[in-house]
Design a protein around this ligand. Structure first.
Ligand SMILES: Cc1cc2nc3c(=O)[nH]c(=O)nc-3n(C[C@H](O)[C@H](O)[C@H](O)COP(=O)(O)OP(=O)(O)OC[C@H]3O[C@@H](n4cnc5c(N)ncnc54)[C@H](O)[C@@H]3O)c2cc1C
Length: 285
C-alpha cells in the first residue's frame, strides 16, 4: 500500500528537529532508518501529517569513548555498530546481537536508536540494553534527561519518551575484562525476529559467578531481566550443573504471548533452555 500523504522535513541539527517536533506536536512522527516506521505508514496503521527525518543530523551518528562508558549516537546504523572497534572492545554483546538483526539491507538502514525507541518486544537490542544497564539520553522541550534501561521500556511498543522528545544517544557502561557475554537467539529461519532470545553478562571470580545479568527478549510486552536466574547464579559455582539449576528460574515473572510462532508455554521452556546456553557460553563452558 501507499502511505497517506505527509509533509517531509529533514532538519540538520537536534535543535531544529526539536523545534519541528514542538511546532507539529501530535501530527509529527520521527523517521530514523524507516525499517519499522515505513511498513507502519504503508499499512496506514499511522498517518502523521509531518515526517521529521533525522537522517541529516550528523551529530546523532557514531560511537565515542566517554571514560567509563561508550556512547552510541541514536542514528548509528546497525551496520556501523557491527564495524565499530569501541563496541567490539567494550560491549561485544551488542555486536553479537546486532549481527542477528534482519539482513544486510535492513542493517544498512536501521539504526540503534530507532530499534530501541520502537521497543518491539521481539527486537533484539532492548534486552541487550537492559542486560548492559544502558542509559538513554533524551532531549526535549524541558532539556536533557537520562533514563536507565529498566525505566525506559514501559509497555508494548511504548517507552519513557514523551511527546516532543528525541532519543539522542545511549550510554553503555564499560565492563571490565572479567565479564563474559553471550546472546542466544531462537528463530525458525535465518534473519527473522526472535521467538525468544537471551542476553547474558556474567562476571567470574575464583571459579564462582560473582555477578550475573540476564535480559530476555519476547517474554512479555517489554524486555525483562530474569531476576530469579540472576539471584540463583550469584555466588554459584561456574559449572554446567549450577547454571542449569539457575536457568530453571528463567520464566519466573514473565508474560510471554501466544502467537503463530509459539505458544506461551513453549516460550517459557525456550527461555530456560536458551538461558542455560547463553550463561554457559558467557562463562566459557
Ligand atoms: C524485514 C525486517 C526484519 C527485521 N528483523 C529484525 C530482527 O530480527 N531483530 C530486530 O531487533 N529488529 C528487526 N527489524 C527491525 C530493525 O531492527 C529496525 O532497524 C528497527 O526496528 C527500527 O529502526 P529504524 O532506525 O529503522 O527506525 P524507524 O523505523 O525509522 O523508527 C521506529 C520508531 O522509532 C521512532 N524513533 C526512531 N528514532 C527515534 C529517536 N531518535 N527518538 C525518538 N523516536 C525515534 C520512530 O518515530 C518510530 O516510531 C527488522 C526489520 C525489517 C524491515
Amino acid at each position: 500500500m501507499i502511505p497517506a500523504p505527509f509533509d517531509y522535513l529533514a532538519p540538520t541539527s537536534v535543535e531544529e528537529a526539536l523545534a519541528a517536533l514542538t511546532e507539529h506536536g501530535d501530527d509529527a512522527k520521527i523517521l530514523a532508518g524507516g525499517q519499522s516506521l515505513l511498513p507502519v505508514l504503508r499499512m496506514r496503521l499511522n498517518a502523521p501529517e509531518v515526517v521529521i527525518d533525522l537522517g541529516k543530523i550528523e551529530a546523532l551518528r557514531g560511537v565515542r569513548d566517554d571514560g567509563d562508558a561508550i556512547v552510541i549516537g541514536a542514528m548509528t546504523t546497525h551496520a556501523a555498530v557491527l564495524e565499530d572497534p569501541l563496541i567490539k572492545q567494550h560491549a561485544p554483546l551488542i555486536a553479537e546481537a546486532t549481527e542477528t538483526v534482519a539482513d544486510r539491507q535492513v542493517r544498512h538502514r536501521g539504526t540503534f536508536g530507532g530499534a530501541l525507541a520502537h521497543a518491539d518486544p521481539a527486537g533484539d537490542l532492548p534486552a541487550v540494553a537492559l542486560a548492559l544497564d544502558a542509559e538513554f539520553v533524551i532531549v526535549g522541550p524541558n532539556g536533557r534527561r537520562t533514563v536507565p534501561a529498566r525505566d525506559f521500556f514501559v509497555d508494548y511498543l511504548t517507552t519513557a519518551l514523551e511527546d516532543g522528545e528525541l532519543l539522542v544517544e545511549v550510554r553503555i557502561p564499560k565492563l571490565s575484562g572479567d565479564w563474559g557475554m553471550h546472546y542466544e537467539k531462537f528463530n525458525r529461519v535465518a534473519q527473522a525476529w526472535s521467538i525468544v532470545a537471551v542476553a547474558a553478562c556474567v562476571r567470574q571470580e575464583g571459579g564462582k559467578i560473582a555477578e550475573a545479568r540476564v535480559g530476555l527478549t519476547n517474554m512479555g510486552p517489554t524486555p525483562l531481566r530474569a531476576s530469579g536466574v540472576e539471584a540463583a547464579l550469584t555466588g554459584a559455582d561456574a559449572t554446567a550443573e549450577a547454571i542449569a539449576a539457575a536457568a530453571e528460574h528463567a520464566a519466573e515473572g514473565t508474560h510471554p504471548s501466544s502467537d503463530l510462532n509459539a505458544q506461551a508455554d513453549y516460550r517459557e521452556r525456550l527461555a530456560t533452555v536458551l538461558t542455560r546456553r547463553a550463561v554457559s557460553a558467557a562463562v566459557g563452558l
